[in-house]
Write a protein that binds this ligand. Sequence first.
Ligand SMILES: C[S@@+](CC[C@H](N)C(=O)[O-])C[C@H]1O[C@@H](n2cnc3c(N)ncnc32)[C@H](O)[C@@H]1O
Ligand SMILES: [Zn+2]
Length: 255
Amino acid sequence: MYKNLLEILRCPICNEKLDIEGHIDKELVEGNLVCTRGHTWVVKEGIVDFKSKEQETRNNWSIMYEAFDYKTWDDILLSKLSPKQLEAGEITHNKIVETLRSEARDWVLDIGTGRGILLKAMLEAGIKNIVCLDLSYEVLKCDRIKFLERFPHIEVNYIACDAKSLPFEDMTFDMAVSLAGFTNMHEEVHQALKESVRVSKKGVLSAATISECEHIKSVEEERFTLIHDLGEKTTIDTVIKEETFKVLMCQIKPS
Ligand SMILES: C[S@@+](CC[C@H](N)C(=O)[O-])C[C@H]1O[C@@H](n2cnc3c(N)ncnc32)[C@H](O)[C@@H]1O
Ligand SMILES: [Zn+2]
C-alpha cells in the first residue's frame, strides 16, 4: 500500500483513521497499521490484510495457485476464451474506461479485482488512483507482482476485505466499478452494492460479459436483474454479440 491510502482508509472495526507503525517513504510492503483506538492490521507483501475469507465454491484462488502459478493460470484461462468472448470483453472494458474518463478525477474503487482483467484495462488507459479490493489476499498478492512488473510507475493500492463492509467513509471515491464482481457474489450482493453506493460520489458501475452457453449464465443474469432492481439506475449498454454473448452494464447512481 502507498502512503496516500491513509487519507481514505479507515479501521474496519471502529472506522477511525489508521496510521503506519514506523516510517516509510512511499510504499509500505511489510508492516502494521494502527488505528487511534489501537486496533492493529497487518500489511503483507504490499497488501492491506483485513482478514477476509475467500469464497469456497468459486474464485478460491489460494487453492488454484497451489496447483499452478498465476502466470500459468492467466495463460490457461486466456486460452479458453474464444475470439468472440475476447471481443465482448474489449467492449466491456472500453465502456468502463470511457465512463471513468468522464466521471472520475480522483479515487476509483475496483470491487472484486480477481486476476485484474479490468485493472489491466484501466492501467493501460491511464486511469489513476485505483484501489483494488477482493476477498482473496492471495489473488491480490499476485496482482501486485504482475502489475508492478508491467506498470512500474503507477501506484495501485490493494486491500483484502469484504465488499459487504467497506473501510471507507461515505463518498470517498468518484466511482466504484466492478467487472463480474457483483455477479459472482451470492446473497451478499445486496449489502455489497449498498456499501459501494455509500462510498461513491457518482455511483457504481457494474459490468459482466455473459456467455449464453455457460451454465453460470442464468445465475449471473439473475444477479444482474437484481442489480438493475436496486436504487436509481441507468442502463448504459446492452449488446448482443451474435446471440452468444451479452455485455451487461448498469450504473447505479446515488439517490
Ligand atoms: C470473476 S472475479 C472478477 C474478475 C475481475 N474483476 C477481473 O477484472 O479480472 C470475482 C471476484 O470477486 C471476488 N469477490 C466475491 N465476493 C466478494 C466480496 N464479498 N467482497 C470482495 N470481493 C469479492 C472474488 O474473490 C473474485 O476474485
Ligand atoms: Zn479501530
